[in-house]
Structure formats: C-alpha cells, structure tokens
Design a binder for this molecule. Structure first.
Ligand code: SF4
Length: 364
C-alpha cells in the first residue's frame, strides 16, 4: 500500500535499530509528545528493540487525557440540560468525571451525539433552530483550526444556537513546563508531526536553545519513530541541541500559514489547567472577545465548578514522563478500559491504554 508499507518495512526498521545500537554509548531519556506516537511505539515493540540505556517516556500529547476534570464536569452539566444537543468526538464519552461520564448522561436521556467534525455540529445547529448545539472543543494545535472554522462559520451564518466548550491546549508551553520542572528527566524530544504540520517548527528553536536539548519533529509510522529516535540520540551523543525535522513529507518550518491566521483570528492564548498537571501559563486557547458569544461556559453559566482528582490515578506523573503506566497500583486491576479510573486508560491515545492493549504487564 503506497505511503503505508514504505514506513513499516522490517528490513529498513532493522537498519535503524542497528544504527541506534551503534550510536548509543550512555543512558538517555527521550520523550515522544503525542499519544498516537506512544501507541505506535508500544504496538510495534520499538521500546523493546532499543538499547537498555535508552528510556522512552510518554508525553502529555493525548487531548482526552489532559482535559481537566472540571471541564468534564462542565460538559456533563451542559449535556444534562434539556434544550441542549451536546456533541463530541467519541473518545470523550467514556472519560470519567467525578460521578458520571457523557455516555451515562446519554443513557439517562441526555441528547449526547458523536460527530466526526465540528462542522457537523454547526450543521446540527442549522437543522435544529429551537435547540442549543454545543461542541466539546478539545485538542492540540492539530484540531484547533477545524474548531476555529466551526465558530467562524457559525458567526458568518448568524447562528445563535451554536457554541463550543473550549478546552484547547498548546504543545510548546507544556514542553517548557516539563523541562523547567526540578524533577525533569527528559533529555530530548520527539515532537508531534501533525501539530508541526499546522504550526511549523519555528516555535521550537527558542526552547531547544534555552534548555540545550535536541528536538526532532517526528511522524507516526514505525520507521518515522525509529528515525526520530536515531536522530535525537545521535544529537545527544554528539552534544548538539537544536531542532531537526524527520517528518519532511508533511512538515515545513513555517507550517500552514492560513490555518495559523484563522487560529489568531478566532482564538487568543490563555492560561490553561491540564488534568493531573495543573495550570500552565499561556498553554491554551480561548475565544477572542469578538467570538465570546460562542463560548458555552458563559452561555450556560458553568464557570465555577471544582472537582477532586482520584487519589489513586497517577496520570499527571505519567503525562510528565515521571512514571510509566504499569507503575500505577490500579493498572489492570481497579483500572481497565472497561472500568477506567482515569482518562489515559480510556482514550485511544492514552499511554495506559497502550500498555494495557499491547501487553506491557504489571511489574511485580
Ligand atoms: S492505570 Fe488508570 S488509574 Fe492508573 S494512571 Fe492510568 S488511568 Fe490513572
């Protein structure tokens, strides 16, 4: 299959594995940012092919995992309202709040619907002028342009019954938060290729310079990740910092300028709470004042919700690369994909789900 098999070739993979073993002389700790990359690494067994000195830690790049509990509670409060059609991507439906999830609100009669694009939610608003349609806008810079487009489209059409519950998060401030933490263990990053396809990688140079680390923009197929590992490890062994681009077939330095313009038109940066991590300055988007009427939090007055995280779930430490999923005492026992205690076990990009599905068993 064109553009898939090329990136899964076993002989090519073997060459990269050999090259990595040839270049590594000391212990290194690398973080892949994106949960999709985590799943490929674990599913294809790349973590087991690397030299023992190389530790892969998993980053905060799962949008479902980092959406804070308070925001889940706001979503539940809005979805329970009889006048609301609450729309979301499927992953969010089973993310646990303190006592319920969106799926259970649906089973109790709430009008919760899965959509495949935020523009589908705009269409629903057109088709249901007597209902309020809300879209749960989660995700990183990758999904933000489509969500910005939904708000821009609703505004252009004069739709007064569409709004978004805005929970966008941004990658570079999260990388800085990880690198500046006193307990940081990350020595090199494999940056998420799809985020960079939108934003380019001009934002990453100052981070690489400030913290003197290599950052390699990396794709999602097994060979992408092996090459990304090799490039990061080679830079570390040679004492080089800076940004390199493994994912040249999709990513340019500038990124997608029209998408970035749309983002600037609709959103502005704001401080954002990350689930299990806490507030990170300037790490999210909120709607600009011109589009404030499309903000579901103010439309439905659900701003002041507080919620306590499960004391057993160590998702925050996992998302900062400090611990691995199987080090959680609930992994595979109290917490499974069928009965998740935390979002990383239920999300298709969650690190706990990857370890569970691909057989990284609990270490006794
Ligand atoms: S295994 Fe479950 S409880 Fe433990 S960190 Fe992962 S999601 Fe949280």
């Amino acid at each position: 299959m064109r553009f898939v098999d090329e990136y899964r070739s076993e002989p090519e993979a073997r060459k990269f594995v050999d090259a990595i073993h040839g270049v590594v002389t000391k212990p290194w700790s690398l973080m892949e940012i994106c949960g999709g990359q985590t799943h490929t690494l674990i599913k294809s067994g790349i973590d087991r092919l690397l030299p023992e000195q190389v530790t892969l830690v998993h980053g905060p790049g799962c949008p479902v995992c980092v959406t804070p509990l308070e925001q889940i509670e706001r979503a539940l409060a809005i979805a329970r309202r009889p006048e609301v059609i609450f729309t979301s991507f499927g992953d969010m439906l089973r993310v646990p709040g303190t006592s319920a999830d969106l799926l259970s609100v649906k089973s109790q009669g709430g009008d919760v619907r899965i959509v495949y694009s935020p523009l589908d939610a705009v269409k629903l608003a057109e088709q249901n002028p007597n209902r309020q349609v809300v879209f749960f806008a989660v995700g990183f810079e990758t999904t933000a342009p489509a969500n910005a487009m939904s708000v821009w489209t609703a505004h252009r059409q004069g739709l007064e019954n569409f709004s978004i519950l805005c929970s966008h998060v941004l990658v570079p401030p999260a990388m800085e938060a990880i690198l500046s933490a006193p307990h940081n263990q990350v020595q090199g990053f494999m940056a998420a290729g799809h985020v960079c396809a939108v934003m380019g990688y001009w934002q990453y140079g100052p981070i690489a310079d400030k913290y003197e680390i290599p950052i390699v923009v990396t794709g999602f197929e097994p060979l992408d990740l092996l090459q990304g590992c090799y490039m990061t490890l080679k830079a570390l062994e040679e004492g080089r910092s800076g940004v390199e681009n493994q994912y040249t077939r999709s990513v340019t330095y500038e990124g997608n300028r029209p998408a970035q313009r749309l983002l600037r038109q609709v959103f502005e940066p704001c401080d954002r709470a990350w689930r299990g991590i806490g507030s990170i300055p300037e790490s999210g988007y909120r709607l600009r004042s011109e589009y404030a009427t499309y903000d579901a939090e103010t439309r439905f007055d659900v701003g002041d919700i507080e919620a306590a995280e499960s004391e057993e779930c160590i998702a925050g430490e996992i998302l900062q690369g400090l611990r691995k999923p199987h080090e959680c005492s609930a992994f595979g026992s109290k917490c499974t994909p069928e009965n998740p205690l935390g979002a990383p076990m239920v999300s298709s990009e969650g690190a706990c789900a990857a370890y569970y599905h691909y057989g990284r068993v609990k270490v006794s």
